[in-house]
Design a protein around this ligand. Structure first.
Ligand code: MRU
Length: 353
């Protein structure tokens, strides 16, 4: 069933970033779907700001962008204490967002290479090469995960799935994690339809997922988050497929706020719940989801949309942007290294040591 074509021959979707060696261009995801505007960063500070402000978002894309940010720091280092400049860039990038571990994973990879460099020239070359490797490996991981997921789902006829947030090309090095699985189902003519949760408050589902899928001719039905229960109750959906921002040693998963309630619903309605994420999202240093730092963002994201008030001005808001789904509610975690069925600490250790 698996499509064996090489990555270069496949449609990987609308990319979120373009690397030019001396600068990084990021598609401003805050403006989609109405405007396609690219922001150019020539240094790590610009990239850190783009991550903080959600110009670029999605765990793998954040990690890849940060890696390019370190490469830019080397490229534009003053020549004096270049090591201190790169170290400062790494610190600044690490402070941009707290939950997606891909950010810290990528920065650690960059830091390891940086420590081996004896000159600025060497650092410029090697850090750019490492960032590009991180980018390419992420794309390849997405293809591998789609293969594993399809083998695991093994549908004998076209199915409908529901997804949350955006896990597509925009959130990764290309193709997507959960959205990559959806792309692959479509490629294999095994996809009937995708229900996309709009994903309040930032609307990654309506603004990004519905846009990505429509662009690529993949049938998508947008639904308000609150409609998910009724959709599952109708029996139309076989699998909920989502991404992750951090997976802990016991298989707990932090992902976009609202994921946990979907997992509860899935169990109630006997619908499969699958998490698709590369190994760069796995954090074996944390015992459980309770240890994951959950980002809270400004209340204006809930109170307004693009300056239009949706609530009384100044009303108190609780805006955690991720939640934790316990491993016990997850049927499968799919990574490029393989699938963990009914995840727990033993399954996680078998794959990740
Ligand atoms: O706040 P965001 O848009 O960065 O959150 C993104 C998500 O929660 C995604 O589901 C996750 O990062 C996986 S992206 C492949």
């Amino acid at each position: 069933m698996a499509n064996e074509s090489r990555p270069a021959e496949r449609n990987i979707g609308t990319v979120a970033m373009r690397w030019h060696g001396h600068s990084l261009e990021l598609l401003d995801q805050r403006l989609l779907p109405t405007e396609e505007h690219w922001i150019t960063s020539e240094g790590a500070s610009g990239v850190a700001q783009c991550i903080r402000d959600m110009v670029v978002r999605g765990a793998p894309a954040i990690g890849i962008s940060a890696a390019y940010g370190v490469a830019l720091a080397a490229r534009h280092a003053g020549g004096g204490d270049w090591k201190a400049e790169i170290r400062q860039a790494i610190r600044e990038l690490a402070e941009s967002r707290p939950t997606a571990v891909n950010l810290f994973w990528a920065l650690q990879r960059m830091e390891r290479v940086f420590h081996e460099c004896h000159s600025l020239d060497e650092a410029i070359k090697r850090l750019a090469a490492e960032a590009q490797s991180i980018h390419e490996e992420d794309l390849e991981a997405n293809f591998a995960m789609a293969d594993h997921a399809l083998e695991f789902m093994n549908p004998d006829k076209p199915i409908s799935v529901l997804t949350h947030c955006n896990t597509g090309a925009l959130a990764t090095g290309g193709y997507g994690t959960a959205l990559g699985v959806i792309r692959r189902l479509h490629e294999e003519k095994l996809l009937r339809s995708v229900y996309a949760d709009e994903t309040r408050p930032w609307l990654q589902g309506s603004r990004l997922t519905a846009w990505e899928l429509s662009r690529d001719g993949i049938p998508v039905t947008l639904n308000a988050d609150g409609a998910a229960a009724a959709i599952l109750a109708s029996g139309k959906v076989k699998w909920i497929v989502v991404g992750a921002d951090r997976i802990t040693a016991n298989g707990d998963v932090a992902n976009k706020i609202g994921t946990y309630s979907l997992a509860v619903l899935a169990r109630h309605h006997k619908v499969g719940f699958m998490v698709v994420a590369p190994s760069s999202t796995v954090d074996m240093s944390l015992a459980s989801g309770r240890d994951i730092p959950i980002e809270e963002r400004d209340g204006t994201e809930v109170r307004e949309i693009r300056g239009i008030p949706l609530a009384p001005p100044g009303v108190q808001v609780f805006n955690p942007v991720f939640d934790v789904t316990p491993a016990s509610l997850i049927d499968a975690i799919v990574t490029e290294k393989g699938v963990i069925h009914n995840p727990n600490i033993t399954g996680m250790r078998a794959l990740f040591g």
